[in-house]
Design a protein around this ligand. Structure first.
Ligand code: ZN
Length: 131
């Protein structure tokens, strides 16, 4: 039996060009404006419906702000006020767990699709074994 330690290295795929992202060439990003838009819409909805509302009314709220992995050069709005971190900081499952724990402390996380984003990343982009 080998005592060699293997680590799972995550490959991040650019949302726009569908190519893999090298360390330093891109980031994982969520637009702050989209987070703010949903936060405000939900606040307004709560004010308008102090005793709750129908599911149909709830479904009228904007979608959660979408996280994407993108090359810096492919990002259509690189200057926008986003929360982002370099893909180099998310190469192992442990890195991703650390980011998840860090982000869970953010009050605005409930307005993003982090859970679905990471679930899809784990299922579709997969990982490769790096000896
Ligand atoms: Zn790209």
């Amino acid at each position: 039996m080998s005592t060699e330690t293997r680590t799972r290295k995550h490959v991040w795929t650019c949302h726009y060009c569908k190519k893999s992202i090298r360390d330093g060439a891109g980031y994982v990003d969520v637009p702050g404006a989209d987070v703010y838009r949903l936060e405000k819409a939900e606040q307004t909805w709560r004010e308008d419906h102090p005793y709750g509302g129908t599911l149909k009314e709830l479904l009228g709220l904007p979608n959660p702000a979408a996280w994407v992995a993108t090359h810096t050069k492919c990002d259509p709005h690189p200057e926008k006020g986003s929360y982002r971190f370099d893909v180099a900081e998310a190469r192992t499952t442990e890195d991703i767990l650390d980011w998840t724990l860090h982000l869970m402390d953010k009050t605005w996380m409930e307005f993003t699709d982090w859970t679905d984003f990471i679930r899809n990343h784990m299922a579709e982009n997969g990982t490769v074994l790096d000896a």
